[in-house]
Design a protein around this ligand. Structure first.
Ligand SMILES: NC(=O)c1ccc[n+]([C@@H]2O[C@H](COP(=O)([O-])OP(=O)(O)OC[C@H]3O[C@@H](n4cnc5c(N)ncnc54)[C@H](OP(=O)(O)O)[C@@H]3O)[C@@H](O)[C@H]2O)c1
Length: 334
């Protein structure tokens, strides 16, 4: 079997560490793994398939001989280094927002629009974490009966902001329990014992950048510019996994039973929907798992025809690292 020289850029971050883990867990055909971060983390060591790999400082010349690079170093890193990587013949799978809406760059969720990957001209974008789990859950409904409108509220974990935010939640929780002052630096307010209706930056229409991503990226991935998505994205004091309350106006009627059947048969989805047994998707149970968990499936009382569902997935796995590695798998299969 052919194997590839693979690089992880931003390898010491919340997403980067998960990428290295997922590459090993899925037995991706890696010939040589290169890990890159800033000068701050150069020399740090990780284990990959029993071998120690040292993190190197990312430089303009780092991509020589690299076949596939998984980027999660932030938008400035992607903007500067992705074109240099492409010039070296590397295919870049980028986790940031910088390239997502570029018409030259496919935006791919492998269960939803795998065919788009082959349109790439060197860069493929990974969608935003809250969009990925939503479109996976929407796709079987979209295929069966069409979708016009979506209203979504999210309950997003702090790991979606990166490692510093995970530390901040821990420190604030410890401080508050010990009756000390909780210092906030990553978010504008404390996140421990709190809920923040603010992810990303506010735009002129009052929506945040995260909320507008859920509209624009959904349309691009589903190739459906008619779909309206109105989102309210909320940060909650949870370490890992985002939850979403999704109300859907469908084009034709669909029963909750039929939706449950379609969702159960869709790749990457696990339906957990026995509310009478207190069985529904939960953030802490989704941690470290690959699936998009769907439950609380019922008719919407406002949209007719329409459905409501509760969707939970690990933002560092399906929302980032796993989706990126699945994209790499599509490239290799070709
Ligand atoms: N967290 C999520 O759920 C999620 C989901 C989807 C997409 N993303 C996107 O993925 C990216 C990373 O997110 P994260 O949560 O992993 O952040 P993070 O935990 O803060 O990690 C950032 C990583 O970028 C590296 N880095 C920063 N500046 C660099 C530079 N100049 N050159 C090379 N490497 C540099 C850091 O290395 P050092 O250790 O050297 O500082 C670190 O490895 C962001 O674009 C984010 O929007 C995140």
């Amino acid at each position: 079997m052919k194997s590839y020289n693979v690089a992880v850029v931003g390898a010491t971050g919340a997403v980067g560490e998960e990428m290295t883990r997922v590459l090993e867990q899925r037995n991706f055909p890696v010939k040589q793994l290169s890990l890159f971060a800033s000068h701050r983390s150069a020399g740090k060591e990780y284990l990959h398939k029993g071998e120690t790999v040292k993190v190197k400082e990312l430089k303009d010349t780092s991509f020589q001989g690299i076949d596939i690079a998984l980027f999660s170093g932030g938008d400035d890193v992607s903007k500067h280094f992705a074109p240099l990587a492409v010039q070296s013949g590397t295919v870049v799978i980028d986790n940031g927002k910088y390239y997502r809406m570029d018409p030259q760059v496919p935006l791919v969720v492998p269960e939803v629009n795998p065919e788009d990957v082959h349109q790439h001209q060197g860069i493929i974008a990974n969608p935003n974490c809250s969009t990925i789990q939503m479109v996976v859950a929407l796709k079987p409904i979209f295929n069966a009966v069409g979708i016009n409108k979506v209203i979504c509220s999210t309950y997003q974990s702090v790991s979606g902001t990166g490692k510093e935010a995970i530390e901040e939640l821990k420190e604030q929780t410890e401080a508050i329990i010990s009756k000390k002052e909780a210092k906030a630096s990553v978010y504008p307010y404390q996140i421990a014992f709190n809920v923040l209706p603010h992810i990303g930056s506010f735009g002129d229409n009052g929506y945040t950048s995260e909320e507008m991503k859920m509209l624009n990226e959904t349309r691009k991935i589903l190739h459906a510019d008619h779909i309206m998505v109105s989102a309210t994205t909320v940060r909650v004091p949870v370490y890992r996994a985002h939850a979403e309350d999704i109300h859907i106006e469908t084009q034709k009627d669909i029963s909750p039973e039929k939706a449950r059947e379609l969702l159960s048969n869709f790749p990457g989805i696990k339906v957990i929907d026995e509310p009478e047994q207190n069985n529904y998707p939960l953030s802490f149970k989704a941690e470290g798992k690959d699936e998009v968990f769907v439950g609380r499936i019922r008719r919407d009382l406002v949209f007719n025809p329409g459905l409501v569902m509760w969707v939970v997935s690990d933002n560092l796995r399906k929302g980032a690292a796993l989706n990126a590695v699945q994209i790499a798998e599509l490239l290799v299969e070709k």
